[in-house]
Design a protein around this ligand. Structure first.
Ligand code: CP
Ligand code: NVA
Length: 298
């Protein structure tokens, strides 16, 4: 049985295979009965538009069914332990797609349950998003190893999954985060040990220089709303605007997992401008997640 808890759940060759398979599925508007007779529980402890809808649609494209659950309408909100939820749901459904806070939560669901678990975002990682982003990039260039990809902003779940991806795909990853908001040291050190080319700085100009794909994300992630004001101060100067983008490769494309806060991490002009590919990026969640589900269930 397979779980997809982070990009590290994959073997090195499987990561590229998933990108190729997702592209094939996209081009063929793929449908199958792989999940016929199967129901997946979608356990979401945080809000979602893209992840929820793309998973629910993708699961239906593969012939399966979903049940959407939140703490507000299940016993999760009344402190029933995850390890009990895992064992109960394993008696009813054939998989769990989980958006939660601690990475340990998805690990515990996988450990105590007896069905596959997919990480649909934790505080630590957002692997489905970054695998989809690799598809979005691959559609524009097949030379993944020669790319410079920059991350301007918080060293958050997205940044961590980018670091993991850089191990398998071999691109140069330049990360600029303000002091105190750099990515997790253990995640970085693991990647460096595995030969990843990850450069970490607090200078957005140094990170974006010459990059082919520029990424950013909100300054306060879900669960960090109370830190918004403090973060706005810390991240001043980290907005991806025309001036900063001018330092990237002239053909650079801009990525944002969405939802975006225009006027904070990204300017309105860049978000709506010709270099932005954020809606292609959003679409690709559907195709990549179908490929991930096929990897788990076939
Ligand atoms: N990018 C992303 O995961 O979006 P949602 O929060 O809408 O799912
Ligand atoms: N870093 C953001 C990503 C949202 C898709 C968050 O965790 O809220």
């Amino acid at each position: 049985m397979k779980h997809f808890l982070s990009i590290n759940s994959l073997m090195a060759t499987e990561a590229m295979d998933l990108v190729l398979r997702a592209k094939e599925m996209k081009d063929g508007d793929y449908r199958s009965d792989l999940l016929a007779g199967k129901t997946l529980a979608m356990i979401f402890e945080k809000a979602s538009t893209r992840t929820r809808v793309s998973f629910e649609v993708g699961i239906r494209h593969l012939g399966g069914d979903t049940i959407f659950m939140t703490p507000a309408d299940s016993q999760l909100g009344r402190s029933e332990p995850l390890k009990d939820t895992a064992r109960v749901l394993s008696r009813y459904v054939q998989g769990m797609v989980v958006r939660t806070f601690a990475q340990k939560n998805v690990e515990d669901l996988a450990r105590y349950g007896s069905i596959p678990v997919v990480n649909a975002l934790t505080d630590m990682y957002h692997p489905c998003q970054i695998m989809s982003d690799m598809l979005t990039i691959y559609e524009r260039t097949t030379h993944l190893k020669d790319l410079v990809i920059s991350w301007i902003g918080d060293g958050n779940n997205m940044a961590h999954s980018w670091i993991n991806a850089s191990v398998y795909f071999g691109f140069q990853l330049n990360i600029a985060s303000p002091e105190g908001y750099a990515p997790n040291t253990a995640v970085l050190e693991r990647a460096w040990k595995m030969g990843a080319k990850v450069f970490v700085t607090d200078d957005p100009k140094a990170a974006i220089a010459g990059s082919h794909f520029v990424n950013t994300d909100v300054w306060a992630s879900m669960g960090q709303e109370a830190e918004q004001k403090r973060r706005e101060k810390a991240f001043a100067g980290y907005q991806v605007d025309d001036e900063l983008l001018a330092l990237a490769d002239p053909n650079a494309k801009v990525l944002h997992c969405l939802p975006a806060h225009r006027g904070e991490e990204i300017s309105e002009a860049v978000f709506e401008g010709p270099q932005s590919i954020v809606f292609d990026q959003a679409e690709n969640r559907l195709h990549m997640q179908k490929a991930i589900l096929e990897w788990i269930y076939s």
